[in-house]
Design a protein around this ligand. Structure first.
Ligand code: HDD
Length: 722
């Protein structure tokens, strides 16, 4: 029997989609899914068994005012189906957003791996990616302080390969047996189920303060990395050391990195908290809308390769998932690019039912003995059995391989395949000995023949015992603003911890990372600062760890608020719009109300959004065009002022043209020089201003240019009350 997936498109190829996310369609996975799409416009309403229905608003009653009848099969089916709509949410990573796309390698990697999807730069492999938060429930907000999941399913010709990673390169624990303890500690506390989607509570800090191996990961968690501006602007990491295996059976250790083409950018904590109320779907919406308008998210896949013979040349263990290999030690080698180009058709069917599993591997990709990875290889299959209700979850459309599936696995809830004939075991004669075994040459998976030798023992290798050096490396590598945010995050989180001994213990842990860090945190949480360092700072750093060293040339897909009122200078708006659109940004005109505003010269300007329905935090930059009446109205509107001051406080680019400069002047932005009569375009602390007519294009271009820096931290932000 051929794979039902491979047969599908031919059976019903003419039903093409014009629905949501219609761009980016037509790859092999999309063709496999097409015959399974149900469209309401294709015919009248029926029961689940296909009988047409003439009334779905009234149950069958004995008389117009009488009781409902048991024989109303449509009523019973409709209600029963509704009663059974929910499945258990993921025990971690419950909240997520997904997208389809394609992956293509830059060149053949045959030297290192025989994986088919990494051999040919002309071969495109369909993918499905699910981004997620970890701790919160399905309905929690997107912009919480948390790790983000970054799980990719490659539908290769040799079966599905799942790279189930996060946006941090390390993890909290070294051995999978600690995972339930860690998750119980970070989840809402069991007696009252609070707090939701937050690590700022006693049980989390109790656990990590007792578990020093978590320290490196906690440094990442307290950094702005845990607040991505967008799923399209965060890195992904496979975390573990995996193994490539080539056709000759030679192994090479490999670490996987996803690098966003738009650069790695984050929110700041105060902003993230506000967004959680203003738009709890902030990251999900951003992903959906970007794909919908054709701004396809792109990620480069890069690898760090370590020859087997170099396994022991590092001052940490490659099998320890709490460690990175610094990029300065083993440089990244870019190997391919992924483009996410299609939104799912249905959240539940696809994003909720997608099932990732670290042991979904293809020939050429193998495991190492990382004890965290070894345990994951058990957990992911196990969890899908309960979450998706049985062993046939691999047949769900989103999970279904493009490669042919053929085996003697039978039955179970929800079996969709029909296996004709008596053969359901191996060896057999009744089915002619089929299915036969494939040889390695015919694509069979062959486990890497690693020699293992050792006594059965519940013990961690001493090579896993340095828990602080890399936490210090991370701290040393941060820019000054990144350090400030880390200290503030520790103070916030530990400030929510009720039990003082836990706060004290955590300061003791931080005193092993960096003495100054420990003292600064202690000073904010009512704990006596330690007198001297517990461990001396080694002074090493890895510049690649800082977000300040990342690329900052592009403003593509950034959302910019242009604040207007009646009397706005149309020329300013169009100068701003064209400069921003030229860089691929998305400017939106905001006024006190929807509809349109009058322009200075008597025309009209359509309004994209009413200010009260949006918020400054939902934009990357804010600007105020000229026009005397418009500027007067905006200066008198506290909400408009708040758009500007909040953007300023959060370090975002701000601009004002012509009479709009008066709006900024009225707000008294501390330490910023604004343009006066006769000045050229003034650029001060990321605030662009000009009052002279005729300079609007230059100012708009400068504004577009500075948005690329993402944030301007050299401001006197603390004095701004927003
Ligand atoms: Fe996990 C889900 C990533 C350690 C057990 N994990 C899950 C998802 C991601 C990760 C991205 C969501 C997949 C999706 O979108 O459906 N997990 C990681 C990373 C880890 C890690 C990068 C460390 C390097 N996980 C880990 C351990 C265990 C698990 C040590 C258990 C021993 N993870 C699970 C799980 C989940 C899961 C319980 C919940 C839902 C699911 O698998 O499908 O099995």
């Amino acid at each position: 029997m051929a794979a039902d997936g491979a047969q599908g498109p031919e059976q019903d190829g003419q039903r093409r989609d014009e629905g949501a996310g219609g761009k980016g369609r037509g790859d092999a996975k999309d063709r496999q899914l097409e015959p399974l799409r149900d469209r309401p416009e294709d015919g009248p309403l029926t029961t689940d068994f296909g009988t047409r229905v003439d009334d779905t608003d009234n149950a069958l009653h004995a008389g117009e005012r009488g009781p409902t009848l048991m024989e109303d099969f449509h009523f019973r089916e409709k209600i029963t189906r509704f009663d059974h709509e929910r499945i258990p949410e993921r025990v971690v990573h419950a909240r997520g957003a997904g997208a389809y796309g394609v992956f293509r390698p830059y060149e053949s990697l045959a030297e290192f791996t025989r994986a088919d999807f990494l051999q040919d730069p002309d071969r495109e492999t369909p993918v499905f990616v699910r981004f997620s938060t970890v701790a919160g429930s399905r309905g929690s907000a997107d912009t919480v302080r948390d790790v983000r999941g970054f799980a990719t399913k490659f539908y290769t010709r040799e079966g599905n390969y799942d790279l189930v990673g996060n946006n941090f390169p390390v993890f909290f624990i070294q051995d999978a047996i600690k995972f339930p303890d860690f998750v119980h500690a970070v989840k809402p506390e069991p007696h009252h189920e609070m707090p939701q989607a937050a690590s700022a509570h006693d049980t989390f800090w109790d656990f990590v303060s007792l578990q020093p191996e978590a320290t490196h990961m906690v440094m990442w968690l307290m950094s702005d990395r845990s607040l991505p501006r967008s799923y399209r602007m965060m890195q992904g990491f496979g975390v573990h050391t995996f193994r490539f295996v080539n056709a000759q059976g030679r192994g090479t250790f490999v670490k996987f990195h996803w690098r966003p083409v738009l650069g790695t950018h984050s929110l700041i904590w105060e902003e993230a908290q506000t967004i959680a109320g203003k738009d709890p779907d902030f990251n999900r919406r951003d992903l959906w809308e970007a794909i919908d308008r054709g701004d396809y998210p792109e990620f480069e896949l890069a690898v760090q390769l370590v020859p087997e013979e170099d396994e022991h040349r590092f001052d940490f263990d490659l099998l320890d998932a709490t460690k990175i290999i610094p990029e300065e030690t083993v440089p990244l080698r870019p190997i391919g690019r992924m483009v996410l180009n299609r939104n799912p058709d249905n959240f539940f069917a696809e994003t909720e039912q997608v099932a990732f599993h670290t042991a979904h591997v293809v020939p050429g990709i193998d495991f190492t003995n990382d004890p965290l990875l070894q345990g994951r290889n058990f957990s992911y299959l196990d969890t899908q059995l309960i979450r998706l209700g049985g062993p046939n979850f691999e047949q769900l459309p989103v999970n279904r391989a493009l490669a042919t599936v053929r085996n003697n696995h039978r039955d179970g809830y929800g079996q969709h395949r029909i296996h004709p004939g008596p053969g359901s075991y191996s060896p057999n004669t009744v089915a002619g000995g089929c299915p036969v075994m494939a040889s390695p040459d015919a694509g069979a998976y062959v486990h890497y023949q690693e020699r293992v030798d050792g006594a059965k023992i519940r013990k961690r290798s001493p090579s896993f015992s340095d828990h602080y050096s890399q936490a210090t490396l991370f701290w040393n590598s941060m820019a000054s603003w990144e350090r400030e945010h880390i200290v503030a995050a520790f103070r916030f989180e530990l400030g929510k911890v009720d039990r003082m001994p836990i706060r004290r213990r955590m300061v003791e842990v931080l005193n092993h990372v960096d003495h100054e860090l420990a003292r600064e945190v202690a000073a904010g949480i009512g704990v006596p600062p330690p007198a001297g360092p517990a461990t001396r700072n080694h002074g090493r750093s890895s510049p690649a760890l800082s977000m300040a060293t990342g690329p900052s040339e592009s403003i593509a897909t950034r959302k910019i608020a242009i604040l207007v009122a009646d009397g706005v200078a149309e020329a300013d708006v169009s100068a701003l719009r064209s400069a921003l659109a030229a860089g691929g940004a998305t400017p939106e005109v905001l006024a006190a109300h929807d509809g349109e505003v009058r322009t200075e010269d008597g025309g009209s300007l359509p309004v994209d959004r009413a200010m009260p329905t949006m918020a400054s935090v939902l934009y990357d930059a804010v600007c105020v065009p000229g026009g005397a009446d418009s500027a007067r109205a905006l200066a008198a509107d506290g909400l408009a002022g708040h758009y500007v001051t909040e953007a300023f406080k959060h370090g975002k680019a701000v601009a004002a043209l012509g009479a709009g400069v008066a709006v900024l002047r009225g707000l008294g932005l501390p330490g910023v020089r604004l343009a006066e009569e006769g000045d050229d375009v003034v650029d001060d602390h990321g605030v662009i201003t000009t009052v002279d007519a005729g300079r609007e294009h230059g100012a708009a271009e400068s504004f577009a240019g500075i948005i690329a820096f993402h944030r301007h931290w050299d401001r006197d932000r603390d004095r701004v009350p927003a």
